[in-house]
Design a protein around this ligand. Structure first.
Ligand SMILES: [Fe+2]
Length: 408
């Protein structure tokens, strides 16, 4: 690392280290300053944003590195009195009328130019896949994921890129998922519990003792869990403890690929599926979860939509009567596509293997059982926010280490 010209490196509004990126020029902009680097890149900084990001003096708290300034405190009289570049290429401002002096680290300012402050930074971009382009799920070793941040980083990057990864060679003791989850973040609870069991018994089909289709020997078509929630669980981890049953292969289908296919070949169906609502209803003694949303739910944002596709809990159309027939036609098209072998990755989950996938993007399913035998899985959910947070941290840690590689 190059020596700084200044003896003291300015503090930054977070806890990361930034390499110096000396600013070449600073000039007055529209109600703020415009910074320019030697490569011609510029950053326009509003004066209020600069003031909010002053370390101390009621700006950024030195202990928490969070902003302290209530927007009501921002005043028209708060002006940039003077500004300059230090010998190291950092920005300094003396504020009028209170004389507060702010120093901004050039590397921290540059990271904004590079877009490294945005939510999608430090993360791999999603890649839609079919059974032709992804012939088997990526795999990671359980021990490595527990002990090595590089292996954890690989797991999280697989989950964010293709939405799928199998962690193999895990112990077959119940509760191991808690250990794996502790490496990532808090587990998401539901009425099935923090750590839930899927004990499929081929003789249980039609038996009233189970509260979910998952606990029968029936085929489970491609679906996503808990569409009855406003935000369904982000990622699902299914740990296979015992799999002695004949049949019961696992299937995974990339919802992102289905959406791409629908948009390209049946845009009207896509439009219907992404706008017409259904009431999803989780029926059970003492519980009454329900939510009304489209099957392809963009949640008002960009990026890969959330697929709400668990037909056992899709209960009522929530749209004008005249639109129901078209909505059913579009729904049939969507599920026919999901059932096509070209989209469906099929494999047998063996004991000691953990199938990890993006529950809001990738549809999972199970073939029917034949014959007899036990099959015992345990599952946990971890929300997308937790996966994203940990992935950014470990990708950033990996980039800062001597042997670095990009999240791609
Ligand atoms: Fe499921």
């Amino acid at each position: 690392m190059r020596e700084r010209v200044d003896a003291v490196e300015p503090l930054v509004p977070d806890f990361y280290h930034y390499d110096d990126a000396p600013i070449a020029d600073v000039r007055v902009g529209d109600d703020g300053l415009i910074l320019e680097w030697p490569d011609g890149q510029t950053l326009s900084c509003h004066r209020f944003w600069l003031r909010e990001n002053t370390l101390g003096y009621g700006g950024i708290d030195l202990a928490t590195r969070e902003g302290l300034m209530d927007p009501a405190e921002l005043s028209d009289s708060m002006q940039i009195g003077s500004f300059a570049l230090t010998p190291a290429g950092d920005l300094t401002i003396v504020w009028a009328p209170d004389g507060v002096e702010s120093v901004y680290h050039s590397g921290w300012l540059r990271h904004v130019v590079e877009g490294q402050h945005l939510p999608q930074s430090w993360l791999p971009a999603p890649e839609a896949w079919t059974a032709q382009t992804l012939t088997s799920p990526p795999r990671c070793q359980a021990t490595a994921v527990l002990e090595d941040d590089g292996a954890l980083c690989d797991l999280l990057n697989h989950l964010l890129r293709v939405g799928v990864c199998v962690v193999e060679r895990a112990p077959t003791e119940p509760g191991f998922l808690n250990e794996l989850a502790a490496r990532i973040g808090p587990v998401r609870d539901s009425n099935f519990g923090l750590l839930w069991d899927v004990k499929a018994d081929v003789n249980l089909a039609g038996d009233a003792k189970t509260n979910t289709t998952a606990n029968t020997g029936l085929r489970l078509g491609p679906h996503t869990d808990l569409p009855t929630r406003e935000i369904p669980p982000g990622f699902q981890f299914l740990h296979c403890l015992i799999n002695e049953a004949d049949g019961g292969e696992s299937t995974l289908t990339d919802g992102a690929a289905l959406v791409e296919e629908l948009k390209a070949t049946h845009p009207r169906d896509y439009e219907i599926l992404s706008t017409r609502r259904w009431v999803f209803f989780n029926r059970g003694p003492g519980i009454d979860h329900r939510f009304s949303a489209p099957v392809i739910d963009t949640l008002g944002g960009e990026g890969i939509p959330t697929i709400r596709a668990f037909y056992p809990v899709r209960a009522f159309p929530d749209m004008p009567d005249a639109e129901v027939a078209d909505a059913y036609a579009a729904l049939r098209r969507f599920h026919e596509l999901a059932d096509e072998p070209r989209f469906e990755l099929t494999f047998r989950l063996g004991s000691g293997e953990i199938m990890c996938f993006d529950n809001r993007r990738v549809m999972h399913g199970r073939k029917a059982f034949s014959g007899s035998g036990q099959r015992h899985l345990q599952g946990v959910y971890i929300d997308r926010d937790e996966i994203l947070s940990r992935a950014r941290a470990v990708n950033r840690g990996r980039a800062a280490s001597p042997i670095s590689s990009s999240p791609h």
